[in-house]
Write a protein that binds this ligand. Structure first.
Ligand code: GDP
Ligand code: MG
Length: 170
């Protein structure tokens, strides 16, 4: 999980999803416009000018149930949640329902949520069809996009959409 914050309006956006879906990579792509292969585990500070967003804490909690009570506290403060799965990982997609259950239990009821199917560049290894992502998003009434932290496709669009939605609700 990542914690981002927009400096000007104090909006907290959290990237959520199973470990390995590409949360860190997505942010690095958004910030630096490039893909750095390999998993990230350390805290990465990211600053960028357009939206004045930076990461102030990174925490990948997937499978670490003992940390859950802590992440619940962060949900409460979140204004937006980017919920990621990996289009080549059925388990990461199946776990989206569990993440959403948790979000609905602990996050503010007006939190901005967007579902992202990441690693869209890995079409030959795809196990989740785009339509399945769309259907799940419709079921929960949240917007949906497929992204690639590698090629950058839809990355800026996703963050911009969330920022716009936050702005419209401010
Ligand atoms: P996190 O645990 O959710 O933060 O995932 P990471 O950002 O650490 O990424 C996990 C692995 O997936 C790394 O090896 C990344 O290089 C790779 N990865 C992340 N996003 C993409 C993507 O969009 N396309 C491809 N091909 N690989 C990706
Ligand atoms: Mg990470």
């Amino acid at each position: 999980i990542f914690y981002l914050k927009t400096l000007h309006d104090e909006k907290l956006t959290i990237l959520v999803g199973d470990s390995g879906v590409g949360k860190t990579s997505l942010l690095v792509q958004f910030d630096q416009g490039k893909f750095i292969p390999g998993s990230f585990s350390a805290t990465v500070g990211i600053g960028f000018t357009t939206m004045h967003v930076f990461v102030f804490q990174i925490w990948d909690t997937a499978g670490q149930e003992r940390f859950r009570s802590v992440t619940h506290a962060y949900y409460r403060d979140a204004h937006a949640l980017l919920l990621l799965y990996d289009i080549t990982s059925k388990s990461s997609f199946d776990n989206i329902r569990a993440w959403l259950t948790e979000i609905h239990e602990y996050a503010q009821s007006d939190v901005v949520i967007m579902l992202l199917g990441n690693k869209a560049d890995m079409n030959s290894d795809r196990t989740i069809r785009r339509e399945e992502g769309e259907r799940l998003a419709r079921e929960y009434s949240v917007p949906f996009m497929e992204t690639s932290a590698k090629t950058g496709v839809n990355v800026e669009l996703a963050f911009t959409a969330v920022a716009k939605e936050l702005k419209s609700r401010a």
